[in-house]
Design a protein around this ligand. Structure first.
Ligand SMILES: Nc1ncnc2c1ncn2[C@@H]1O[C@H](COP(=O)(O)OP(=O)(O)OP(=O)(O)O)[C@@H](O)[C@H]1O
Ligand SMILES: [Mg+2]
Length: 409
């Protein structure tokens, strides 16, 4: 369609929202046919990240943090849901819409079949009971008309839904296809593994300037200058540009990864556990570096980590992830003051205390979902329990959490 436009939500920009994630799902399918199985790495998550804030994502290994980051930056094709960056839709998945069509079709066909059976039964009973042939025929015609009208209504409803969903799918495909490269260059990611994420056959200079080439910037002199500036920014010497990744320590490699992201002059940075692979002594350096860069460049950051102690001081808000879902989301202060979800409490109990006496008394709390929740009667959803504090719960659990909040007051 010639006059289609990329979906843009001005209200996000008006509300200072840099990135908005809506019902994002990322499934991985293995195998074919009957033997196929699906890993639901990210299962329906929604959140907004405000301009200039640092948003932490915390959860145990395999809960879907990296997958979320990679989907946001379009390294994976999203299964369903949307992501908006600076108001523009950059990710849109179709699975939900396709399923909607499929289920509506199945349900409608089932209803039509039932209606037809009901109609035939009524006509059969009528002709069995009445001897008058003319009367039976005129009554049967009335019944037929009545049922056919209902069936027609179901068919038109189905056609309307299919048309609506197909239009949405077409818009999603259009949005995915027409994502602005320049816009995407404003979103960069620092990858989890500082060793594997750098190509060993490329020099540091080539690695760092690769993004510029993708953007079509080939001026060798300018690029080289930018590489040097980026190296200085992350605290490395410009002379390192001609070396290869294996010649560096883990901390230095992580800095190279950061320089590679910074050279694109990003507004939004996804830091995927940038310090987990590093020595404790170097961790503080990298955190300080990111903090300085954040202030200097006015960056918005999504900071992924697997324990809460790291994000506590660095992040304004924290989302706790468990098995592909966000189970709690609140400001850092609120989350540490009033942790509600048992998984958040388990993560908090894992943080070592600096005082040896209280550390001795610290009890590790292990989260076992089967012991904590009974979702047989009512499924949970992410509910805003106090302004800005979201927790995954059903009605019964919400009551319980409200009591806890009142007691903590
Ligand atoms: N490319 C892929 N293909 C298939 N499955 C994948 C892929 N990437 C991730 N997964 C699966 O998705 C789930 C989430 O993985 P992910 O890497 O996002 O976890 P994570 O939270 O980043 O863990 P960690 O803290 O160990 O880095 C895992 O079960 C993983 O096996
Ligand atoms: Mg990861």
């Amino acid at each position: 369609m010639a006059n289609r436009k990329v979906t843009y939500l001005p209200e996000l920009v008006d509300n200072n929202i840099e990135l908005s994630v809506r019902h994002l799902k990322q499934f991985f399918k293995f195998g074919h046919g009957k033997n196929a199985f699906v890993t639901k790495a990210v299962h329906d998550i929604s959140f907004d990240i405000k301009k200039g804030e640092c948003f932490g994502v915390v959860g145990e290994s395999g809960c879907g943090k990296t997958t979320t980051g990679r989907t946001l930056i379009r390294l994976y094709k999203a299964t369903s849901g949307s992501v908006y960056f600076k108001g523009y839709r950059i990710v849109a998945g179709n699975r939900w819409n396709e399923k909607e069509i499929k289920w509506k079709r199945i349900k409608t066909n089932r209803k039509i079949r039932d209606l037809k059976n009901e109609m035939n039964e009524k006509i059969r009973v009528l002709s069995d009971e009445q001897g008058n042939k003319e009367f039976v025929e005129s009554e049967s015609a009335k019944i037929r008309d009545q049922y056919n009208a209902q069936i027609e209504k179901l068919k038109t409803d189905l056609a309307a839904l299919i048309k609506e969903q197909k239009e949405k799918i077409a818009q999603h495909n259009y949005d995915n296809k027409h994502v602005d490269k320049k816009l995407m260059s404003k979103m960069q990611m620092i990858f989890q593994d500082p060793v594997d994420s750098l190509d060993p056959r490329m020099t540091v200079e080539d690695i760092i300037q690769e993004g510029l080439h993708i953007q079509g910037q080939y001026n060798a002199f300018e690029n080289s200058q930018k590489v040097r500036e980026a190296l200085i920014k992350v605290g490395l010497l410009p002379e390192y540009a001609s070396r290869y990744p294996h010649e560096f320590s883990g901390g230095q490699r992580q800095r190279i990864g950061i320089a590679r992201a910074l050279i694109m002059n990003p507004d939004f940075l996804i830091c995927d556990e940038p310090i987990s692979a590093l020595d404790v002594s170097i961790r503080a350096q990298i955190i300080n570096l990111l903090n300085n860069l954040k202030d200097e460049m006015g960056l918005t950051i999504m900071f992924i980590a697997h324990d809460l102690s790291v994000v506590k001081y660095f992040c304004d808000r924290i989302a706790v992830m468990y098995f592909g879902n966000i189970v709690e989301l609140a400001s850092s202060d609120e989350l540490f003051k009033n942790p509600l979800h048992p998984y958040t409490r388990a993560l908090l109990s894992a943080i070592p205390k600096p005082d040896p006496l209280s550390e001795k008394e610290r009890k590790r709390y292990i989260y076992v979902p089967a012991n904590e929740h009974d979702y047989s009667k009512e499924a949970p959803s992410l509910v805003e329990i106090t302004p800005g504090h979201f927790v995954m719960a059903n009605t019964e659990e919400l009551e319980k959490y409200r009591k806890v909040l009142n007691e903590n007051k």
